[in-house]
Design a protein around this ligand. Structure first.
Ligand code: SAH
Ligand code: SF4
Length: 384
């Protein structure tokens, strides 16, 4: 037991290798008396989803693997719970970070033989400060930001799991898990750049979803990396939006929509509005009319996501007929319904079933509860 605690403590001290800069890695190999080309070998190993621990880095001698393992974690996120849904097309992960805090990552496969697509939905923060009342993450408040390595390693972990469960490797990354990516701006910008430059991803295959952090959108524009931007709109009048997305008090609708349109014009892509549909709250004729007007005015595409119920909230998504009624009211706008029900985590990722499940094990400080840690079940499968 003492050993386990000590091991945990050591784990907390170790910076993940993805959080060590190229210069830091060079210095590390120099300090260990290793040739400079070890760094290229390391880069190759970090890209290979078959390599899951220092022990698997077969290009390194055994003693070097041991020395590196003492100093740096090979992966910043450890899969504490893995659940398979949708007949093997969705993998939901509760990941433990070095300090014991947990985040959620969801891997989704869209099966078209000629164009296989695997999307990983990553968390950018542990908790979130925005506090949207329909969101399980918002209820936690902000515990801390994720480091770049913690976000990038969710993508590496997704590749490892995709390989293990026979899915195509990750082709798309969406920042729709826990947290507000543009409130952890430096990390998000760094991660996007590294996905593009180190992993070779197209920026168009990366979607950043935001509740409307205007300076963050401006920064993305300045960086000139054309990621896809999704605005979590949820309400088309300021009074309701401030209730549903409290950040609206700081960056109101008109400002946010104009900024998102500016971003879309700059990147040459249509803006996307996310609309978490809540029965009796934002599914009214007044909201539908205001949404249709906004979407037309700003040339936006609307994604309607029926709200997934969260513990302790009286709110819920409408039934299928209610969704159809709402969509019919905004039919002149460009709209897609993302049906999250029965398809578990698809759509809003961390906020859906995985979140609900995770909360059962999560303590108020964001760590997993003792019973879950004392008896870890690394691969829990669930075919629900
Ligand atoms: N903070 C960012 C990104 C993470 S949330 C944002 O708000 O955009 C990702 C998406 O999940 C958002 O569109 C959010 O509104 C949605 N979401 C949150 N809780 C939900 C719930 N209970 N049901 C359905 N969608 C939800
Ligand atoms: Fe934060 Fe997004 Fe949840 Fe709102 S919906 S609380 S911004 S994670």
């Amino acid at each position: 037991m003492v050993m386990a605690d000590t091991a945990e403590h050591v784990q907390m001290q170790r910076l993940a290798i993805m959080d060590v800069s190229p210069a830091g890695r060079s210095a590390l190999f120099a300090e260990l008396g290793e040739p400079a080309w070890r760094e290229q070998q390391l880069r190759d190993a970090l890209k290979n989803p078959a390599v899951r621990s220092w022990d698997d880095v077969s290009s390194f001698p055994q003693d070097l693997r041991g020395k590196l393992a003492q100093r740096h974690a090979f992966l910043a996120v450890e899969a504490a719970k893995v659940r398979i849904d949708d007949g093997g097309r969705t993998i939901s992960v509760i990941g433990t970070l070095a300090d014991g805090k947990t985040i959620e990552t969801v891997v989704m496969h869209y099966g078209k033989a000629q164009h296989p697509r695997t999307t990983v939905c990553v968390s950018s923060q542990v908790g979130c400060a925005v506090g949207c009342p329909f969101c399980a993450t918002g209820r936690l408040g902000l515990m801390r930001h994720c480091t770049p390595g913690e976000v990038l390693d969710q993508v590496r972990l997704a590749d490892m799991l995709a390989r293990e469960y026979g899915m195509h490797p990750v082709t798309h990354v969406v920042f729709m898990g826990m947290g507000e990516p543009l409130a952890n701006l430096e990390t998000t910008v760094d991660v996007v750049k590294r996905l593009v430059h180190e992993r070779g991803m197209s920026a168009r295959h990366i979607t950043v979803s935001t509740s409307g952090v205007v300076p963050g959108i401006e920064r993305l524009m300045k960086e000139g990396i054309p990621v896809t931007l999704a605005l979590s709109l949820h309400a088309a009048t300021d009074d309701l939006r401030t209730r549903l997305v409290p950040l609206n008090a700081k960056y109101p609708l008109d400002l946010v929509c104009r900024k998102v349109e500016e971003y879309a014009a700059k990147t040459g892509r249509r803006a996307t509005y996310e609309w978490c549909l809540i029965e009796g709250i934002n599914d009214t004729p007044v909201q539908a009319a205001a949404l249709a007007k906004l979407a037309r005015q700003h040339h936006a595409h609307v994604n309607v996501i029926p709200m997934n119920r969260i513990e302790g909230s009286p709110w819920n998504g409408p039934d299928a007929a209610g969704v159809d009624r709402f969509v019919a009211r905004i039919e002149k706008a460009n709209v897609t319904v993302r049906n999250t029900r029965g398809q578990s985590t698809e759509g809003a990722c961390g906020q859906l079933r995985a979140t609900y499940e995770a909360r059962r094990f999560q303590l108020p400080d964001g760590t997993l509860s003792r019973p879950a840690r004392a008896k870890p079940s690394p691969r829990e499968q669930d075919s629900q």
